[in-house]
Design a protein around this ligand. Structure first.
Ligand code: PLP
Length: 383
């Protein structure tokens, strides 16, 4: 049986064969521990890790030593938020938005239990946070602003540079979850005045289980409390033997993306737009969730099928692998907090599906997906 067409690339991407090829030697004969610098095996690994660090740093215009390798964005987010707050004397205030990923929201909730005060600012109906609302929410005890670059469900891209300016002027640490934008969009931590940035390899055709945290060390220096006790790796911020093959995979994924970013984004944008307009023509009630197609990630399409339960539609479309933003809590399906934050009611939120395209989707696949969606919809439309 043919595998379904994979349209869930914002959840994770397949490994690019070039990335796998770069990783393989480090799973075979280049197995040294990057901390064992007394022999050539270790030094070989150490050199490879430092080259990878330089590649990642260069891609976001940071200093090489500001990159801390981690197991992925969730760990980076925990280290950034908890690490910053725990290095403070006493407790303070954090500003974030209600459409962040659970990795940020749940970490904020954990900090709330430690006595921190959190402002979860609302977004507008298109998913944008107004920089002015951040300015207005700042208090004298505000220690951190945490705003994601691009949303994982609706692809909305926030005004990071404007928010960075505000934080810089007010002397507040600015954290950005760039899990969905890293590699795909331009990021310059100097220009955008970002102090902490989290990203992950498995959204850019790299391996799962590796990511990094950018931690600014100058103008200003950001101080974090480490979260894992151990050998003091990664400038004491993240103990544990480095997963060299994973780090090489991350750096190779970045290198490949730098070469093909423009072309890939253009191609995905055109396939994504074709998909939206074809479905909309067949089913005019369709609602686009989030910002306009031009103001979101080029690979994201999130749409409500009014009157249709997304879960049931997805189950019927056996030839397509896509997702809803719903999460299972106990026996109930909770509608996506992101779609709800746009002002949609529960029923409407339950009709939302995210299709996210990727490097390996062909035009024939997108045509096949469009056909299947259009052919399945009549099963759900009541006269
Ligand atoms: N933040 C965002 C916006 C994401 O999309 C994801 C992945 O789903 C994460 C954080 C968590 O990343 P990781 O799977 O590397 O822990």
């Amino acid at each position: 049986m043919n595998k379904p067409i994979y349209l869930d690339n914002q959840s994770t991407t397949p490994l690019d064969p070039k990335v796998l090829e770069a990783m393989l030697p480090y799973l075979k004969n280049k197995f040294g521990n990057a901390s064992s610098i007394h022999h050539s095996y270790g030094r070989e690994s150490k050199r490879a890790v430092e080259d990878a660090r330089a590649m990642v740093a260069q891609s976001i215009c940071s200093d090489t030593r500001d990159i801390i390798f981690t197991s992925g964005a969730t760990e980076s987010i925990n280290l950034a938020l908890k690490g910053l707050c725990q290095s403070y004397k006493g407790v303070g205030h954090i500003i974030t938005q209600n459409t962040e990923h659970r990795a940020v929201l749940d970490t904020c909730q954990a900090l709330e239990r430690e006595g921190w005060d959190i402002s979860y600012l609302p977004v507008d109906k298109n998913g944008f946070i107004k920089p002015r609302s951040i300015l207005n929410a700042i208090r004298k005890e505000t220690a951190l602003v945490a705003i994601m670059h691009a949303n994982n469900e609706i692809g909305t891209i926030q005004s990071i540079e404007e928010i960075g300016d505000i934080c810089k002027r007010k002397g507040i640490t600015f954290f950005v979850d760039a899990s969905q934008s890293f590699g795909r969009l331009d990021i310059d931590v100097q220009k955008m005045k970002i102090d902490l940035l989290a990203a992950t390899a498995h959204k850019i055709y790299g391996p799962k289980g590796v990511g990094f945290l950018y931690v600014r060390q100058k103008s200003p220096k950001v101080t974090l409390k480490m979260q894992i006790d151990g050998g003091g790796h990664e400038r004491g911020l993240r103990s544990g033997t480095l997963a060299v093959h994973q780090i090489i995979g991350l750096a190779k994924a970045v290198e490949v993306f730098i070469e093909c970013k423009e072309k890939e984004n253009e191609q995905l944008r055109s396939l994504r737009d074709k998909m939206f307009f074809s479905i909309k023509t067949a089913y005019p009630q369709l609602i686009l969730n989030g910002s306009s197609l031009a103001e979101r990630l080029p690979n994201n399409l999130n749409i409500c099928f009014p009157g249709i339960e997304a879960e049931s539609l997805i189950m019927k479309m056996k030839g397509i692998a896509c997702s809803t933003g719903s999460a299972c809590s106990g026996n109930d399906l909770e509608p996506s907090h992101v779609i709800r934050a746009l002002g949609r009611d529960t029923e409407s939120a339950h009709s939302a599906i995210r299709f996210s395209l990727g490097r390996f989707n062909t035009e024939a696949e997108i045509d096949g997906a469009i056909e299947e969606i259009i052919n399945t919809l009549p099963l759900f439309i009541k006269d």
